[in-house]
Write a protein that binds this ligand. Structure first.
Ligand SMILES: [Zn+2]
Length: 199
């Protein structure tokens, strides 16, 4: 520990690494937990540890699950012919909330970002291509975010999937450029899914 053994400082440093949590908020959270019910602090710590031990990625789609395959991949009512490719698990959640999609998801957990160290060699393309071939996917909907990396990823995937003989479409604009699927309202995202264009 580099905090002179100070447990408060140790927690503040850990919390500061969370998205959207600066040093000031981290300190506020640490004091809040410290001043509250010790049972809550213990349960919170255990919940975080248990989550990271028990939750893994679905071997098929990459969603978080406690089983080998997630419930959605095992749901026979979901079409295996239609695949929606997203960057992150919360993006799949956002598309689900729009209630317009009856296929399955593929979660990349990555975007093409050559300047950030994710070039075509590092990008997880192979599992997607293998899945498309294995499960007889007919159409892939690219729902990567409308950011520079998201668009670059969509272009790259469209090229690779065309070569594999699959129909490819991109969700329509409506999701604001630079925006986040997670924070796009379900109606707008539903329209973007329905108004998707072939690419
Ligand atoms: Zn799955």
């Amino acid at each position: 520990m580099t905090d002179g053994g100070d447990p408060i400082q140790a927690l503040v440093r850990l919390l500061s690494r969370l998205p959207g949590v600066g040093e000031k908020s981290a300190r506020r959270i640490a004091y809040h937990v410290l001043g509250g019910d010790p049972e809550y602090a213990r349960t919170l710590g255990e919940a975080i540890a248990t989550m990271s031990q028990r939750v893994r990625r679905c071997e098929s789609c990459g969603a978080y699950t406690t089983r080998a395959r997630c419930a959605l991949c095992d749901d026979p009512r979901r079409s295996a012919e239609l695949l929606c490719v997203v960057a992150r698990p919360m993006d799949a959640d956002a598309v689900e909330r729009a209630r317009v999609f009856q296929g399955r998801y593929h979660i990349l957990h990555a975007l093409l970002d050559p300047l950030g160290g994710v070039g075509p060699a590092e990008f997880p393309l192979q599992p997607l291509l293998e899945r498309v071939a294995r499960e007889g996917v007919r159409e892939v909907i690219l729902a990567t975010p409308p950011t520079v990396e998201g668009e670059a990823t969509a272009l790259y995937l469209a090229e690779c999937l065309h070569a594999a003989g699959v129909a490819v479409s991109r969700i329509a604009s409506g999701v604001p450029h630079g925006g986040d699927l997670e924070f796009t309202d379900p109606i707008t995202l539903g329209r973007a899914m329905e108004g998707r264009r072939s690419v």
